[in-house]
Ligand binder design. Structure first.
Ligand code: HEM
Length: 497
């Protein structure tokens, strides 16, 4: 009896070890998964994630290496934490890893069925990416939008001036959010969506940030798909509230335009902005690009653009205020290039400002707004460095860990823009030690706009103002979500120079 019990127990343990840790049975063969911490029965490695998964997984990768397996409930997750492996995944095997692992909260308002962010690579995804590339973020389109961005940056500077005069502290993230929101809403709808310090801007910000927080939270429904109908943590419900709010605002904007176009005798492009262009495209081929597709596309643009740009700007300002000598260096470069203190920096000046560019790179290295990129998914089994990344595995690329790896960066936790001055490293997806926008097929399509916006906003905020903290002591901790924010918003007093 005892012997039989031990025999059965040993067989079960053997199968458990074989199937969970090192290997998996596949079509009669055993495949070798990348190494990783030992998974507990049923829950796997869920507890390893902790409060701040990007930090917990960075620590684990020091033990298990740049290609690591975790079992999150029933989902095999492969965590990438080295530039060499990121290059294999995002460049060499780009197509095999180009699909998305869609979190349950990505399914709100059926968004995953229409969204350029969540659709797998296919005809509709390609169509949406083509529209982004040709009609939104081409050099020509971006150059045409320069005046508009200049106007919005001037408004930001005017707002800061007013606060200087009235000695009012500024919530920098909120001001940056309003600017990004208005740049985008003018580009798309030819209208400001929110004035500074307005309720509308705050509501929009709360909805976008709320959504990013919820979508980024570890969700039991993702780890155990059987739990999906029960939404055990209430995250889907919460995401729904935020998504419906955003959808309603965008829907209203589209409706107003459709009605205005119907009334106008010149029914074609009346304002010639992005919405007109999208409606024209839809009129030409409704079956390929419907009004509903436009709605979801705009939802993606607003959600993806505002929170990321805001978080980067807030961190850049926080680091500069924390390091006054770097702030002075950036300002003196700006003075040299732009001369007159009243001139807002031009987009054509950006490439003449290597220190400012280095500040933005250093900020994105230390504080990548999307610390794991968005989750990719393997379309087939792929062999990487002698291990097999199995079909359907979720791939998380820990760019936060890569940015702080001491074998790549000296003093990795120090804010040192100088490190980028003498090296040719950029964040455009070719240098895998710095990929805050991703790389390959799924690279962020908004990168060229984000690049211009970040330099314009940062340059204008530090060119004309010095900043004093309120309160004196600055908290630099992070709040984890799909976008990584400062946990305590940066509030500072501008001082006119
Ligand atoms: C600092 C600013 C920004 C950062 C750091 C950033 C970063 C990223 C990252 C990491 C991804 C996922 C890449 C991957 O999974 O491999 C992404 C995707 C995306 N981003 Fe951005 N982004 C920024 C700004 C913007 C802007 C301004 C827009 C548009 C106006 C935008 C639109 C998108 C879209 C539509 C996707 C989904 C692409 C796809 O899945 O095919 N982003 N972004």
């Amino acid at each position: 009896m005892n012997n039989t019990f031990f025999l059965i127990a040993s067989i079960l343990i053997f199968f458990y070890v074989v199937t969970t840790k090192f290997t998996r049975w596949k079509s009669g063969n055993v495949i070798r998964l990348p190494p990783g911490p030992y998974p507990l029965l049923i829950i796997g490695n869920i507890f390893e994630l902790g409060e701040k998964p990007h930090i917990s997984l960075a620590s684990l990768s020091k033990i298990y290496g740049g290609l690591m397996t975790l079992k999150l409930g029933s989902i095999i997750t492969i965590v990438v934490s080295s530039p060499e492996i990121a290059k294999e995944i995002l460049l060499k095997h780009d197509l095999s890893f180009s699909s998305r692992s869609v979190p349950d909260t990505g399914r709100v308002v059926n968004h995953h069925l229409f969204s350029v962010v969540w659709l797998p690579v296919g005809d509709q995804w390609r169509r949406l990416r083509r529209i982004s590339k040709q009609h939104l973020f081409s050099v020509q389109q971006l150059d045409d939008g320069q005046l508009l961005r200049r106007e919005k940056i001037q408004k930001l500077v005017d707002h800061v001036h007013e606060c200087c005069t009235s000695q009012k502290p500024i919530n920098i993230g909120r001001a940056a959010f309003t600017t990004s929101l208005n740049v985008l809403s003018n580009f798309i709808f030819s209208t400001d969506m929110a004035p500074y310090d307005s309720v509308e801007s705050q509501e929009f910000k709360d909805a976008v940030s709320g959504l990013a927080d919820v979508v980024g939270k570890p969700n039991l429904a993702d780890f155990f798909p059987l739990l999906k109908p029960f939404d055990p943590q209430g995250l889907l419900r919460e995401a729904n509230v935020h998504a419906e709010k955003l959808m309603a605002i965008l829907d209203r904007m589209i409706d107003q335009r459709v009605q205005a176009r119907a009334k106008s005798s010149a029914a074609a492009s009346s304002t010639n902005d992005v919405l007109d262009l999208l409606l024209d495209l839809s009129a030409k081929n409704e079956s390929e690009f419907s009004r509903n597709d436009i709605l979801h596309f705009l939802f993606d643009l607003f959600a993806a653009a505002t929170d990321t740009t805001t978080s980067t700007l807030e961190w850049a300002m926080a680091e500069l205020i924390h390091n006054p000598e770097k702030m002075a260096k950036a300002r003196s470069e700006l003075e040299e290039i732009t001369g007159n203190a009243n001139i807002i920096i031009e987009e054509s000046d950006i490439c003449k400002l290597p220190y400012l560019e280095a500040v933005v790179k250093e900020t994105l290295r230390l504080h990548p707004p999307v610390p794991f990129l968005l989750p990719h998914k393997a379309l087939c089994d792929v062999e990487i460095q002698g291990f097999v990344v199995p079909k359907d595995a979720q791939i998380l690329c820990n760019v936060w860990a890569i940015g702080r790896d001491p074998s790549i960066w000296s003093d990795p936790h120090e804010f040192m823009p100088e490190r980028f001055l003498d090296v040719n490293i950029d964040y455009k997806g070719r240098d895998f030690e710095l990929i805050p926008f991703g790389s390959g097929r799924r690279i962020c399509p908004g990168l060229p706009l984000a690049h211009r916006m970040l330099h314009l906003m940062l340059g204008s905020l530090i060119r004309k103002f010095d900043w004093k903290l309120e309160p004196e002591d600055m908290d630099m901790s992070e709040r984890f979500g799909i976008t990584l924010h400062k946990s305590v918003p940066l509030v500072a007093n501008p001082i006119k120079i």
